[in-house]
Design a protein around this ligand. Structure first.
Ligand code: UDP
Ligand code: MG
Length: 323
C-alpha cells in the first residue's frame, strides 16, 4: 500500500504568490505519485487563514480545476501556527503522511522527495532544515539566528534553523492532537511527541511574490510564545536573580552599618536613588514575566477551540452535486 500524502499549506493574503506556487505543489505531488512513492489519493490542502484578499477565491478555483487540490477556510485570521494545526488536524484522518510548507515558494519543494524517502525508511517526523540563509538579508539572518539561540538558552528546545517545513506521519499527528495547549508553538511541540525523526537540509530561496508576514515584532512575539509555552526557565532565572540582588543588598546593609558606626555620615543620595530605580526596574520586568505565564494559564484554562473551520472546498463539490 502506497502512503497517502497531504501537503498542508497555510495561506494568508497570498493572492500574488498562490497562482505561481500552487501548480508547483501539484506538479511535485504528481511526480511523487508517478515515481510510485505515494498514492493517487494524495492531495494538496490549502488552509486559508482568514485572508482579506482573493486568496480563498483562488483556492476554490484551484479545487474546482483539479481534484488533487483541496482547501479549508478558517473563520478568521488566527495566525500561522493555528492555520498549520487546522490543516494537520483536518488531514490526519485522511492520510498517512503530511508535509507542511509555506505557500511563498521559499522552501525548496524538491526536499519533499527526500522527506518521503526518509518516511519510507521508517522515520515518523522529518524536519526541513535550512542549509544556508544566503538569500535572506543580513538583518533577517541575524534576528532569526539570535531567535534560535535565545530559545535554546531559555530552555525551549527547537531544531536549529527549522521552521514549519516538515513531514509528520498520521500516527504522530494522532498523538499531537492530545497536546491541548491553546498557545501553539509547533516547532517546540513536535519534538516533544517523540518518535523516530531525522532532518533534511535545503537552501531557502527568496519569496516569489508578495511580502513577509513576519516582521521583527511578530518574530519577538513568536519567540516569547515559544519560550513561555515550552519552559519555565525564565521564572527560575528571576528567582536566581532575586537571590543575587538580595545578597548584594545584604552586603550593602553591612557596609551602611559599618560606615554609620564609624561616624562617617554618607551623602549617598545619588547612589541610593540609582539602586532604588534599578531594583524597581528588575521587579517590574520580573512581574511582567510572571504576568506572561499567568496570562497564558488564563488562556489555557478557557480551553477555547484553536481553530474554527468555516468552509471546505469539498462542501462546494457536494453542493454542486446536490443542485
Ligand atoms: N501565514 C498565515 N497566517 C498568518 C501569517 C502568515 O497562515 O497570520 C502564512 C503565510 O501565508 C505563509 C506562511 O504563513 O504561507 C509564512 O509566512 P511568511 O512567508 O509571511 O513568513 P516568513 O517566511 O517571512 O517568516
Ligand atoms: Mg515566507
Amino acid at each position: 500500500m502506497k502512503p497517502v500524502l497531504y501537503i498542508v499549506i497555510p495561506c494568508y493574503n497570498e493572492q500574488e504568490v498562490l497562482p505561481i506556487t500552487a501548480p508547483q505543489f501539484l506538479t511535485k505531488l504528481l511526480v511523487l505519485r508517478d515515481l510510485g512513492k505515494i498514492s493517487d489519493e494524495s492531495r494538496v490542502l490549502f488552509v486559508n487563514d482568514g485572508s482579506r484578499d482573493r486568496t480563498w477565491e483562488i483556492i476554490r478555483e484551484l479545487a474546482a480545476s483539479d481534484p488533487h487540490y483541496l482547501g479549508i477556510s478558517q473563520s478568521r485570521n488566527r495566525g500561522h501556527q493555528n492555520a498549520v494545526l487546522a490543516g494537520l488536524m483536518e488531514a490526519k484522518d485522511r492520510c498517512d503522511i503530511t508535509i507542511s510548507i509555506d505557500c511563498d515558494g521559499q522552501d525548496d519543494i524538491d526536499a519533499m522527495d527526500r522527506m518521503v524517502d526518509a518516511y519510507l525508511d521508517g522515520c515518523d517526523v522529518v524536519y526541513g532544515v535550512r542549509a544556508s540563509r544566503r538569500t535572506d538579508t543580513f538583518f533577517k539572518r541575524f534576528t532569526a539566528q539570535s531567535f534560535y539561540k535565545f530559545l535554546a538558552a531559555m530552555g525551549a528546545e527547537v531544531v536549529y534553523n527549522h521552521a514549519d517545513y516538515r513531514l509528520i506521519s498520521a500516527r504522530v499527528l494522532q498523538e499531537l492532537a492530545g497536546f491541548r495547549e491553546v498557545n501553539l508553538f509547533l516547532r517546540g511541540l513536535v519534538p516533544l511527541v517523540g518518535f523516530k525523526s531525522t532532518t533534511v537540509s535545503y537552501d531557502r530561496a527568496e519569496r516569489l511574490a508578495g511580502k513577509s508576514h513576519y516582521p521583527l515584532g511578530k518574530m519577538l512575539t513568536l519567540a516569547m510564545d515559544g519560550i513561555t509555552s515550552l519552559s519555565v526557565k525564565p521564572l527560575r532565572l528571576i528567582t536566581g536573580f532575586g537571590v543575587f540582588v538580595a545578597l548584594v543588598s545584604f552586603l550593602g546593609v553591612v557596609w551602611a552599618i559599618v560606615t554609620a558606626l564609624s561616624g562617617k555620615s554618607v551623602e549617598g543620595w545619588a547612589s541610593m536613588t540609582s539602586i532604588v530605580c534599578f531594583v524597581s526596574g528588575v521587579q517590574l520586568i520580573s512581574l511582567g514575566i510572571i504576568g506572561e505565564y499567568v496570562g497564558k494559564t488564563y488562556l489555557e484554562v478557557k480551553q477555547r477551540p484553536r481553530y474554527i473551520i468555516s468552509e471546505r472546498t469539498w462542501d462546494d463539490a457536494e453542493a454542486g452535486r446536490k443542485s
